[in-house]
Design a protein around this ligand. Sequence first.
Ligand code: ZN
Length: 254
Amino acid sequence: MKLGFEESQSSYTSGSQNARAWTEAWVSAWAYCPHCGNVKIAAFPNNSPLADFFCAVCREEFELKSQKGNFGKSVADGAFKVKCERLAASNNPNLFLLNCDLKSLAVVNLFIVPKHFFVREIIEERKPLAATARRAGWIGSNILLGRVPESGKIRIVQNGVIRQKELVLAEWQRTLFLRSESPETRGWLLDVMKCVDSLGKRDFTLEEVYAFERHLGDLYPGNQNVKPKIRQQLQYLRDRGFIEFISRGHYRLR
Ligand SMILES: [Zn+2]
């Protein structure tokens, strides 16, 4: 993997359109499939509504979002309805997020959110476009990156440093168990994972996760049994080998 864009590409003038062309060409040239490890992924021949790339070996699909600055808590994405409809579909795309430096014409950060981290809760409906807009009434979506647990943001390039492919593939495998659950079930699971993340340590207690009772209750206003729900998620994560049980009420991230 080489982080710079091709010399021949710099003949483009300026504007986001060109940045898009550069980053797409870069992904075609250098990105590998994080699911099966295939050395290349291919661009879809025509503009597909949701996916930009696919792996010819395992058929995983990928969408690419690129921008100059770091990604914040939310990223604008395609049509809200289509996004929601595809949540449970097998070809729902994984999302590549790429930051580039347009001065040095190079990739600075690249991370991927595997599709099994996409649940209804992280897709926000945007306001319909104004009547004066070209696509008046069109409703887009935001991906709420701030609600995705760290294990769902797999770094391939971090601050200009290429991470080992073996690490990336291992991190990808670590959460694949989520695919066997429906998007509805995964919502709670991911939110509890996010709470565990925010404790910022490997060893944690049930009491510490219970401290998020109010926060989780706000996210799921209909649920009156937040504590049992938390225990249920931790048990599930333990059964899948994501965390281990140390002693009564004590857990460790694996
Ligand atoms: Zn693959």
